[in-house]
Design a protein around this ligand. Structure first.
Ligand code: FDA
Length: 306
């Protein structure tokens, strides 16, 4: 119920105006966001690298409706990959198709993604195409496959365990040897296309991880979750099938289970932290609140100084 409300608010313009003008909200969002500037993002990435953690940097923004604006986003990512290169960061980037014009037209988004991938490929920076709401699933997978087939071997994308369709997608992507991030899914989806119950999403997450790790010998899996049960289940599959370390990594979000991130890295696992930055932090922040009621309490306490 609370999750649904917060996910609804994450895309409501009136709520964005209220929350982003609320003095304390920006301060609280900083737990999950590196800052509003590229310099802050680079500083955060550097300090995570120094702790043995890999990073994926995301320039915040989504659902862009003006084509001109998408050119600025491409430029921001081109600068970002140059900075990753010049600071010698162990970092990839994560991009959202709707920030690159997918709501305007697939061709525009493809052109924009191609420019980012080309700049990134020059500096051997991997690029993950994030997965958004289910109205974009089909197009996002098509964009990924088109670009990969054009020779962008630095491209990867995301599968959400809450969607019924994901098992078929994973099976196909495993056969293609794709670079896939597996997450539970962060958007509001109807029961006709997504498991409504958390237990079913969790069970599907484990099923998909097993499928992906065991049905292909070359596909790469990023296990994106903070859920200890998912991590333990993945480790059991990895042990049972002796999956090589080159085949997978763990991923978590900035500001979530920081201790566990350090622990996994110290134990020798590849552990990548998703580091978002930029001014458009509102929808990202609201999705983080939706994931965990304790985050809402943290938000309210910080806002009201309790
Ligand atoms: P879930 O939210 O079910 O939490 C399970 C358990 O994890 C909790 O009960 C608790 O034990 C633990 N936990 C969670 N938060 C905690 C906290 N703050 N402190 C302590 N314990 C905590 N989604 C999407 O739709 N498209 C995408 O492209 C991406 N990309 C992405 C990248 C990365 C790196 C991550 C980690 C996640 C995404 N997501 C995403 C978000 C994802 O779909 C999902 O919404 C969140 O990761 C939350 O799901 P969990 O698997 O963490 O479990």
């Amino acid at each position: 119920m609370l999750r649904q409300l917060l996910l609804y608010l994450s895309s409501a313009g009136w709520s964005r105006k209220i929350v982003t003008h609320w003095g304390g909200a920006r301060r609280v969002a900083r737990r999950f966001v590196a800052g509003e500037t590229l310099d802050e993002a680079i500083d955060t990435a550097r300090s995570l690298n120094q702790k043995g953690l890999l990073v994926t940097l995301n320039y915040l923004g989504e659902n862009v409706v003006r084509a001109e604006e998408t050119a600025d986003v491409v430029a921001a990512y081109q600068t970002l990959v140059q900075q990753i290169h010049s600071h010698q960061l162990r970092a990839s980037v994560s991009v959202k198709p709707s920030q690159l014009g997918l709501d305007i037209g697939e061709e525009l988004c493809l052109t924009n993604l191609r420019q980012i991938l080309a700049a990134a490929q020059q500096h051997q920076v991997p690029v993950t195409i994030d997965m958004e709401g289910s109205n974009h699933t089909e197009a996002t997978l098509r964009l990924y496959r088109t670009l990969r087939d054009e020779g962008f071997d630095n491209a990867g994308t995301v599968i959400q365990a809450y969607l019924y369709r994901s098992e078929d997608d994973m099976r196909q992507l495993a056969a293609e040897g794709a670079h896939i991030r597996l997450c539970k899914g962060a958007y509001l989806e109807p029961p006709e296309i997504a498991f409504p119950a958390k237990a079913d999403v969790d069970a599907n997450y484990v099923r998909l991880a097993r499928l992906y790790l065991t049905e292909s010998t070359r596909a790469y899996l990023c296990l994106a979750t903070h859920d200890e049960q998912m991590i333990q289940a993945a480790q059991a599959i990895i042990r049972e099938h002796q999956i090589a370390p080159e085949r997978y990594e763990y991923q978590m979000l900035l500001g979530v289970r920081t201790d566990r991130q350090a622990e996994l890295a110290a134990a020798g696992y590849k552990m990548r932290v998703y580091v978002p930055y930029g001014e458009a932090w509102y929808p990202y922040f609201m999705r983080r609140l939706a994931e965990r009621p304790a985050n809402v309490l943290f938000f309210l306490r910080a806002l009201f100084g309790g």
